[in-house]
Design a protein around this ligand. Structure first.
Ligand code: HPA
Length: 265
């Protein structure tokens, strides 16, 4: 059986997966820049860990090289990606501390490079986003969560802002009316590029605070990190349990969605 290659993209507060204590650091060159990631074996899997914001949270959300990250995962042969993302909550059923396996997004970013398909060589591609997150990987995470008795929320709509500032209460009110549940700064274009590249990609959103204007208190990055520290042991456990349930031949449309992704990108 071919080895299954899985990546974890760790967001804010998730830098050093305990899984990866014996991992090697590798540098992967892509046409978009080089990417450093950790590589290790876990049971029959090859696991890669990529810190989205670089070591020590040194790259802000609007400057993350999303294309290089996804291209690097493709280059090493990854097929399945689980990402984590810190979010503010707009929904009282997803209070701080909740882990949400999101199923939709709304894109409010403004100046990011959003696609691998820039019309080069006359190639115009419109990728289907009916299921933005791989339903098989979502199911894998939810199954893993129920096996280890974690209370995960199944589904939620992530609104992605440009950042790096937090939102105004007026923006949050608007997002709520639009059907948003959670707000963050990084899931777009990551999810878009992953699907364009044919990866099975899913995100565990970690609610770290109520969004601006909901609690009445000003927001700080410190409170985000504090809650992340509290949920990290549960998250580590969930990621490890999810790896145990990854399937080798998923029955989803992700691979097909990536049929135009240029090999060698
Ligand atoms: N807004 C945007 N991004 C975030 C938040 C928030 O309230 N909390 C954690 N990441």
């Amino acid at each position: 059986m071919p080895e299954i290659k899985v990546a974890i993209i760790g967001g804010t507060g998730v830098y050093n997966q305990s899984l990866l204590s014996d991992a090697l650091e590798i540098l992967v060159d892509t046409p978009y820049g080089s990417v450093s990631m950790m590589e290790c074996d876990y049971k029959e899997l090859k696991v890669y860990f990529l810190a989205r914001h670089g070591g020590g949270h040194s790259v802000p959300p609007h400057k993350v090289n999303y294309k290089a990250n996804i291209a690097a995962l493709k280059k090493v042969g990854v097929e399945t990606v689980i990402s984590t993302a810190a979010v503010g909550s707009l929904n009282e059923t997803m209070p701080p501390g909740s882990m949400v396996v999101i199923d939709q997004f709304i894109d409010l970013t403004k100046q990011r490079s959003l696609t691998f398909f820039e019309g080069d060589r006359g190639l115009v591609v419109h990728t289907d986003f009916t299921d933005p997150y791989c339903p098989e990987v979502r199911k894998t995470i939810l199954t893993a969560g129920s096996k280890i008795k974690q209370d995960l929320v199944d589904g939620g709509c992530y609104v992605c802002t440009e950042g790096p500032r937090f939102e105004t209460p007026a923006e949050i009110k608007m997002m709520k009316q639009w059907g948003g549940d959670l707000v963050g700064m990084t899931n777009v274009p990551e999810v878009v590029l992953a699907r364009e590249a044919g990866l099975c990609y899913s995100t565990i959103a970690l609610s770290t605070n109520y969004a601006a204007g909901i609690s009445g208190e000003p927001l700080t990055h410190r409170e985000v990190l504090e809650i992340m520290d509290q949920v990290k042991p549960d998250l580590d456990q969930l990621l490890t349990a999810s790896l145990e349930h990854i399937k080798s031949e998923p029955k989803c449309s992700c691979k097909e969605a990536g049929q135009y992704w240029p090999k060698g990108s």
